[in-house]
Design a protein around this ligand. Structure first.
Ligand code: UGA
Length: 440
């Protein structure tokens, strides 16, 4: 059993803290936000993540998980310190690592015995070296530490599951002893024979960007294939299903849609591209994935324009789904943002509904007509656009929907509706790579 401190009680920090305490270690999550820590101490979880609430409560009750504001004490008492603070995107697309550097300075100033310092935040490749230098600069001369890069591969909406049952754990450790300590932290996984991969620090940093960028590339690829399917009358789901049967390709992340969003893929692909450029080895494939994604978002706007036909001014459009994917209230870089911006420019009246992300979207677009159900959003609308594949939307009755809409126009950007049924109900519809509008 080890004493672990997690600096940053955001999405990555909380999931990691809850998960590591569940592995049997004593974990303290620290955050500079007094309000957040107060809420956490009162049992209020600041983010929506399935299973997190229960996991936190269970480990708090077991006396293994604590929340504090005092970073000094939390550092002094720890054997291992995880850096899990945010790295938001700068205007030029690069990551802002100010918070990471501040934490490194605090760690150096409060280092009282040998510790392993581990970064979980997604930081630009090469940041590990910078963190080591900052800690060295501020720490007492006679005290040693080891640095580790331990990237996270958590998906929002299934982060708890991803943490407790990962495909692999990557540990970029400077020394064998630091690797062994990290192996202890992830002990229960090791017993279950999860692959724990020991690499160098910079290699671990690279693995994170290479993995996320590859997944983004895969999505952009299938989106382009879907667009081609539309042009020739092929069905992209049959294509991706057959492709996915090939173990070398795998069926995952071959689902076409309105373009990837979220806090990771858009940011990480841009950062990886600009990193590659700075080394004179431009990643052209990633540049293409970014460009394709931008086009895909616009393509969805063109589709609804075409379905509605004529002037969009004063047309009432229902947008179902605001989150960048289901099971999260996160709307960052969501494809629905581009859709709303474009429809706003055309002076459309927008009825918006998301099962849990209405409040988040209100922070960006305060003036839309936010509704409390898909039925309310669709009532009297000239058309409906499904932007997120919530299960709730999969179960929509097409006859009820038709009775609510002014015109039976539907753009299914997530391909959740059965084409035969849409035809049977006489919808004018479009989707991504399955049935081209002109064929309806
Ligand atoms: C992503 C990675 O999947 C995680 O492994 C990684 O740890 C995380 O970023 C991160 O760096 O923190 P996340 O952003 O939560 O996770 O969401 P994903 O499930 O990967 O989805 C990203 C976007 O791609 C969503 O907009 C989703 O709708 C879209 N997507 C995903 C598709 O359009 N098609 C697919 O087949 C899969």
């Amino acid at each position: 059993m080890r004493n672990v401190t997690i600096v940053g009680a955001g999405y990555v920090g909380l999931v990691s803290g809850a998960g590591i305490s569940d592995f049997g270690h004593i974990v303290t999550c620290v955050d500079i936000s007094k309000n957040k820590i107060k809420e956490l101490k009162n049992g209020k979880i600041p983010i929506y993540e399935p299973g997190l609430d229960e996991l936190i409560k269970k480990n708090v009750k077991a006396g293994r998980l604590f929340f504090e504001n005092n970073i000094k004490d939390a550092i002094s008492n720890a054997d291992i310190i995880f850096i899990a603070v945010g790295t938001p995107m700068n205007q030029d697309g690069s990551a802002d690592i100010t918070a990471v550097k501040d934490v490194a300075k605090s760690i150096g100033e409060n280092l009282n015995n040998y510790k392993v310092i581990c970064t979980k935040s997604t930081v630009p490749i090469g940041t590990g070296k910078l963190i080591i230098d900052i800690i060295k600069n501020y720490k007492p001369n006679d005290i040693r530490f080891d640095y580790v890069s331990n990237p996270e591969f958590l998906r929002e909406g299934s982060a708890v599951k991803d943490f407790l049952w990962p495909d692999r754990v990557v540990i970029g450790a400077q020394s064998q002893s630091a690797f062994n300590i990290m192996k202890e932290v992830y002990g229960p996984l090791y017993i279950n024979e999860t692959q724990i991969i020991h690499t160098g620090v910079v290699t671990a940093e690279m693995i994170k960007y290479a993995s996320n960028s590859f997944l983004a590339l895969k999505i952009s690829y299938i989106n382009e294939v879907a667009n081609l399917c539309e042009a020739i009358g092929a069905d992209v789901h049959q294509v991706s299903n057959a492709m996915g049967k090939d173990g070398r390709i795998s069926p995952k992340f071959l689902h076409p849609g309105p373009g990837f969003g979220g806090s990771c893929f858009p940011k990480d692909t841009k950062a990886f591209l600009s990193f590659s450029e700075s080394y004179g080895n431009k990643l052209r494939t990633i540049q293409a994935a970014i460009e394709t994604n931008k086009n895909q978002k616009q393509r969805m706007v063109e589709k609804i324009k075409k379905l509605i036909g004529g002037n969009l001014k004063n047309k009432k459009i229902a947008i179902l789904g605001l989150a960048f994917k289901p099971n999260t209230n996160d709307v960052r870089e969501s494809a629905s943002i581009h859709m709303i911006e474009s429809l706003n420019r055309k002076r459309c009246i927008i009825n918006a509904f998301d099962p849990i992300a209405n409040d988040e979207m209100k922070k960006i677009f305060p003036n839309l007509n936010y509704k409390n159900s898909w039925q309310e959003a669709c009532k009297g609308a000239d058309g409906v656009v499904v932007m997120t594949e919530w299960n709730e939307f999969r179960g929509i009755s097409l006859s009820l929907l038709k009775s609510l809409l002014k015109r039976p126009i539907l753009l299914d950007t997530r391909n959740i509706f059965d084409i035969e049924k849409l035809i049977k109900h006489n919808y004018k519809f479009d989707n991504v790579g399955r049935k081209y509008l002109d064929e309806n």
